[in-house]
Structure formats: structure tokens, C-alpha cells
Design a protein around this ligand. Sequence first.
Ligand SMILES: *Cc1c(COP(=O)(O)O)cnc(C)c1O
Length: 355
Amino acid sequence: MATTSLVQRLARTELLAMTPYQSARRIGGSGDIWLNANESPFTNNEPAYNRYPEFQPIELIENYARYAKLDQTQVLASRGADEAIELLIRTFCVPGKDQITICTPTYGMYAISAATCNVGVNTVPLTKEWQLDPQLTDKLHDSKMVFICNPNNPTGSTLTPAQIEPIVAKLEQQCLVVVDEAYIEFSPQLTMASLIEKYDNLVVLRTLSKAFGLAGLRCGFMLSNNEVINLVKKVIAPYPIPAPVGDIAAQALSLGGVQKMSAQVAQLNKLAEQFSRRLSTLAGVETIYHSGANFILVRFNDSTWFQALGDEGIVVRNQNQVKTLENCLRFSIGNELEMNRLGDTLAKISKRKAA
Ligand SMILES: *Cc1c(COP(=O)(O)O)cnc(C)c1O
């Protein structure tokens, strides 16, 4: 008798037997006249866009696999990490029946994506130090997947692979562990990607929106074993990566592109450190949370700082409405000029309040 794998047990059963939509590009073929996709023969642009793009642009997948030190079969490109989140939920969760687990405060889209799919959300709050609940694995209530954001948005807090791996191991026969590494380039030593080979239930999410400076491009990646990737390929749209996106993303992931990104990350990490040192001298700043990402979460003595900054033309992310983040603001790390003006303005507000 064939044994069923974890992924087969967790997936929506209707997907297992389903044949994915056979788009013209997927069926492929060889020849010099292509009349199989109802495309126009006219090229109205340079470069030409009259042909549908590859399902998963080969150069893009090659480059990301090289960058992530994985096999190409372990990489799926998507319309941002946001699409990857939704695809995972749609692939594994039965609407009205299944649920996911999130560790709050965390990135808001896990719960939103679940809600739009009528999938339940089980919340296991982080500790005061933004660490995972020590009993997390006992509080999953048959969730199909648990999302762990590392570095975490909006706290900036980090977990080491040594902290996450035992959870993945413990849940190996039970549920997927989705580690959202949208900010991993700012703390590259924390990645779980190298453990994908070892655990069938591990999924890692990545994006070009943050460190690679390509938020406008909408390109992200799901990294996992081939079984998960192939299942998600049944759910994703037929041509998910627009041709110009694939080209620009592949360029960004060339050796030169990765070097450029690393240099920019080093700059931003330095600016973050300087900014956080400056903050620590200001009256009214209660807590500066240590961050492994390109933003810093700060707790102030009251909730008026957001408006005060806004009055000076500086837009930051207010977290005051989030449970346990009262009086907190999240500052993205901008360029040196922007950080200097932000620092000066905060100093001015601080003095004015103290007066
Ligand atoms: C920004 C962000 C995303 C979304 O990334 P896109 O690739 O732009 O969709 C996902 N997860 C976290 C934690 C983020 O901060």
C-alpha cells in the first residue's frame, strides 16, 4: 500500500487528483510557427509582449535558486510574498473548516488572507519579549499551517534557526511551518532555507520588495520541497509572472544585483543603528525594540507623536491601534537625509513636550 505523505494529508483533497490547467506555455512544443495560444502575431512594443510569458521564467528561477542555495524544483515565483501567503491558504485550507495559526503581533495579511478565504485564524500571542509562546506546538488546534515571521513585522524581533527548528521538527507529521523571511537580507544568518531539504513541512517566503528595492515590481518567492511547490502550481494563475517583471527580477538576482543589494543592506543597517542610538537620547522615548529588519519599532510615552510627525510632513506607521503596541510607531529606515530629518524632528517634538 502506498503511504500518504504529510503534504498529501494536509492538502485539500480535491487538489490531489486534479490536473492543473494546461496552458499553452505549459504544454509547450517545438516548432517555428506558434499558433496555439490565441496570441496576436503583431508586435506593438519593443521588446515584444505579444506572447504569453513562461509559466515560471527559467532565468528568474535559476537565479533565485542560486541566490537561496536551493534546487530549482524548490522555488516558486509569485506576485509578491502576499500572493504566496494566499496560495498556501487556498492550497491547504478548506473554507469554513480549516484554520491557520499566527503569532501576534505580526504581519496583518495572514489573517486577512485567511478571512477572505473563510479560513479560521487561531492566535497564539508572542511573549512580552516577542518570543514564541513556549507551548506554541500544543496550541495549534489542528491548524493546517503556522506562520512565523522572522524577522517579525512590525516588532523587528528575530528568532534563531535553533529556536525555530525544534518547532518544525515537532510538527513534522502534523502541520506546515511557514517562515516569512521578507526581511531576511537584513539578518541573513537567520534563514531557515537550508533546512528545506531536511523537513517536508517547512515553507519559506521571500520577496524582492524590501532589501532588493523592488516593491513596485510585485515579485516574491515560495521556497519548499517539490511536493508543496507542485501542489501550489495547481492553484496559481496560468501566467503569474508578467514578462517585464521576470526580466527585471532576474537582473536584480544576477551576481552584480545581489552584490548591490548587500551593499545597500549594509548601509541601511548602519543607518538603523545610528537612528536607534539617537532615539535613545530623547525624552519621551520609552522602548526602542531591537530590530533585525529595515525598520524600528519604538514605544513612546503617549499616542500624540504620530500626529506631531505628520504635522511636520513625516509619515510613519502608527501601531497604536494594535493590541500590546499602544503608543508604538514603526519607522522604516530611509536614506541618510531622511533619517537626519526624522531624527531632528523627533528631537524637536521631544523638547517641545518636555518644556
Ligand atoms: C512586505 C511583507 C510581505 C509582502 O511582500 P510582497 O512581496 O511585497 O507581497 C510579506 N510578509 C511580510 C512580513 C512583509 O513585511
